[in-house]
Design a protein around this ligand. Structure first.
Ligand SMILES: NC(=O)c1ccc[n+]([C@@H]2O[C@H](COP(=O)([O-])OP(=O)(O)OC[C@H]3O[C@@H](n4cnc5c(N)ncnc54)[C@H](O)[C@@H]3O)[C@@H](O)[C@H]2O)c1
Length: 456
């Protein structure tokens, strides 16, 4: 098999920006069809991937309608969190392999249906657990599998969500309501890493939740409904929408914290300066280059020009005072403690108040310890042998995909699996235990009980 052909289901950020371009490359693959209800997004994606009008559909129900010929080998399902099961089942029934965004489903039954349908139709379903493929966690898994740490005793993992990322995605964003729990939506990646590193099924789980502080009762005095309406706290508020989406301050501050490679952090003041000048440039192409094309600004508006962003801040939820959004109830922290069938104990913390978005991990075994960090573009892993105290630190080259370098290898793995060269390293079958763990943790947090998974 040569190039793999693909259809995109949901031409949003993940489909069009993250994965589509990694597939649509000479000698690799081609995007030959798409389904997207938003006409602007549909047209933009069709143009980007050169998809003819007859292969562009307003919904997955049209693309996978009974009797319609199969257009491609692979369906990339990148619709919203609550829309993963139905298009996946229809794609499998229509003969497609599927690369599915996480979470694979919002309940255990949805996961089961996907795993069983993949078996029934003899098709592959890969789940976008990109962190398995990130430089840090792939290397850490290799270290654990090599036996250098001896028998693993415990794993500690934290997902430190930056204050601005929390405000963006879980207070103002589409995922602000805990009907889709943040632990499942965001941290199914981490639970997946724990299951993968532990190498055994989880048996018992206990979890605690801390509710959000971002409620109207805590709003600073005199804050208007929208940040853009002259908020007196604009200079000091960490959640100011104008600073976030017009001046890109939180992202530039995150960049300025980079230590490796030396000098990377200096890019932030440079970008801050160049962007300001370029936005005033008389040449349109220079002005457009200064627009921010990717997440999180492109989540605020498809029109990322200064005018487009200002309009969004005046008219959409993205411009609201973070304390006054009103219908947000995602937690500001959650802890999960897990016992695995092989005796490994794991402890996970997710919280919303980090100075930057980062994950920290340590795995301690009978003969060695491994400690690692992934923050922004940089990541490192340090492995120490207990008997010799010999310590080896690996710094990984910076990655720019926002997922520690995992996106490219994930897509490559899926395409290789579709070509029949190897099994996919993050199948729906592999992803199911982490989802079960998330459902059990939510049950524990709600009931205050230890949940026993062994008998389920
Ligand atoms: N793997 C990761 O690390 C990672 C990172 C970010 C987001 N995600 C997940 O990716 C998914 C998509 O996120 P996004 O930011 O791209 O969302 P998005 O809203 O930008 O894109 C989803 C698209 O699906 C379209 N859609 C809605 N109904 C449809 C239908 N009937 N047929 C076809 N398309 C339809 C929407 O119009 C939208 O354009 C989410 O589940 C999210 O949790 C995963």
């Amino acid at each position: 098999m040569g190039e793999v052909t693909a259809v995109i289901v949901g031409a949003g950020e993940r489909g069009v920006h993250a994965y589509g371009p990694r597939i649509h490359r000479p000698g690799v693959g081609r995007v030959v069809g798409l389904a997207e209800p938003d006409p602007v997004r549909r047209a933009r994606a069709a143009e980007r991937f050169d998809v003819p009008p007859e292969a562009c559909f307003p919904s997955w129900t049209d693309l996978f309608a009974p009797g319609r010929p199969q257009l491609a080998d692979l369906a990339l399902v990148t619709t919203g969190d609550a829309q993963h099961v139905e298009p996946t089942l229809l794609a499998l029934a229509a003969g497609y392999h599927v690369l599915l965004e996480k979470p694979m489903a919002l309940d255990d039954d949805g996961c089961r249906q996907i795993v069983e349908a993949a078996q029934r139709h003899d098709r592959l379903v890969g789940v976008c657990h990109v962190y398995r493929y990130s430089k840090l966690f792939a290397a850490l898994h290799d270290v654990v599998a090599s036996g250098r740490l001896g028998d693993v005793i415990s794993i500690q993992l934290s997902e430190n969500v930056a204050y601005w990322h929390y405000a963006h995605s879980y207070v103002r964003g589409l995922t602000r309501n805990a009907r889709v729990p943040m632990l499942l939506q965001k941290s199914c990646h981490d639970l997946d890493l724990l299951v993968w590193l532990a190498g055994a099924p989880p048996t018992r789980v206990v979890s605690f939740v801390r509710p959000t502080e971002l409620v109207a009762a805590n709003a600073p005095a005199g804050a208007p409904e929208r940040c853009i309406d002259g908020c007196p706290h604009a200079a000091t508020c960490p959640y100011d929408a104008v600073a976030a989406y017009v001046h890109l301050e939180p992202m530039l501050r995150d960049l300025s914290l980079h230590r490796w490679p030396p000098g990377l952090g200096a890019a932030a003041p440079l970008l801050r300066r160049v962007r300001g000048l370029a936005q005033q440039a008389p040449i349109g192409a220079v002005r457009r280059a200064a627009e921010w094309h990717r997440w999180p600004v492109n989540a605020v508006s498809d029109d990322t020009s200064p005018e487009g962003i200002e309009h969004a801040l005046r008219t959409t939820q993205w411009g609201r005072c973070a304390w006054k959004v009103g219908d947000n109830d995602q937690p500001s922290a959650q802890t999960v403690d897990i016992e695995f069938a092989n005796g490994v104990l794991a402890s996970f913390t997710m919280h919303s108040a980090s100075h930057r978005s980062m994950r920290q991990v340590r795995v301690d075994g009978t003969t060695g310890s491994a400690v690692g960090e992934l923050a922004g573009l940089e990541s490192w892993l340090e492995v120490t042998d207990h008997r010799t105290s010999r310590r080896r630190r690996t710094r990984f080259a910076p990655t720019f995909d926002g997922h520690g370098g995992g996106e490219g290898p994930l897509v490559a793995d899926m395409l290789a699996a579709v070509r029949g060269e190897r099994a996919m390293g993050a199948s729906a079958h592999d992803a199911w235990p982490s989802h079960r763990l998330a459902f059990a943790a939510m049950e524990s947090a709600a009931t205050g009980r230890v949940v026993d998974l062994a008998g389920r």
